[in-house]
Design a protein around this ligand. Sequence first.
Ligand SMILES: Nc1ncnc2c1ncn2[C@@H]1O[C@H](COP(=O)(O)OP(=O)(O)O)[C@@H](O)[C@H]1O
Ligand SMILES: [Mg+2]
Length: 297
Amino acid sequence: MTDPVLQINHLQKKFGHFQALKDITFDVHSGEVFGFIGPNGAGKSTTIRVLLGLIRATGGTASIFGQNVWTDSVAIHQRLAYVPGDVYLWPNLTGGEIIDLLLKMNGTAHSAKTDDLIQQFGLDPTKKARTYSKGNRQKVALIAAFSQDADFYIFDEPTSGLDPLNERIFQDAVMALKQQGKAVLLSSHILSEVERMCDRIGIIREGQIIETGSLADMRHLTRTMVTVTLGDDFDVATLPGVHGVEAGHAPHEWQFSVEAEHLSTVMATLGQHHIAALQSTPPTLEDLFMHYYTGKE
Ligand SMILES: Nc1ncnc2c1ncn2[C@@H]1O[C@H](COP(=O)(O)OP(=O)(O)O)[C@@H](O)[C@H]1O
Ligand SMILES: [Mg+2]
């Protein structure tokens, strides 16, 4: 595997006595969309601000393109694009002027791609920024970011003000970056978005990464929901790795969850009891999230 674009090791950040980041470790590679998920206040934006060189870590290390995020931030920023969740714009400039200004500040210029993005996101670039809604301000920052030819893109909850149509345009643009071999860090609490786009995810809780891996890896750690109707009165609660057994509406109908490692045995045993109906649902990212956050299944 190539060297990671982003490498974070045991990163810590204290604000006075408050330890906002306790232990953050993960990396992001080229051609990968990494989902950074966790609820409000978990430490996503703080981590990103450290990566951008805006605040200094109080422990651990972080590097982008193999360079130190604090001491080499000027060099790093030449190949980095960033979109915050709360976009502040110059109120008296138009959206179009701001896009061009942001591009200029990044050493690039307005291109055909920029026009294309303005069209796709349906932004009116002739209006003053002060008239823009939150979604329109986000569009301005997204258009400028996607217009740049960076190697690493950081998006901090970028779609919170976008409608579903524009969210889709955002997702398509990110998938295009991935296909070009770019690296993307996407912080989000919108699980469906992360589920659709991300190769790997890291779950952050109270300043700590509590799990990283592919969604498939994580699903192995959790349980499949099963609803089954049997032909006899077999007691499913006697099966190994089965939890939360509840009787269904019909006779001999049961609902329960099964640990991944016991799934084959459970299915084989159920098969001996004349399955009349069966439905199984893999855990969604939301289930996983609840699992990690509440410690319950
Ligand atoms: N400059 C700061 N001074 C003190 N506390 C801060 C500062 N910035 C963030 N925090 C605290 O750090 C924690 C993590 O915040 P943040 O990184 O913004 O979370 P997230 O982006 O995951 O919602 C929160 O408890 C927040 O109040
Ligand atoms: Mg945040």
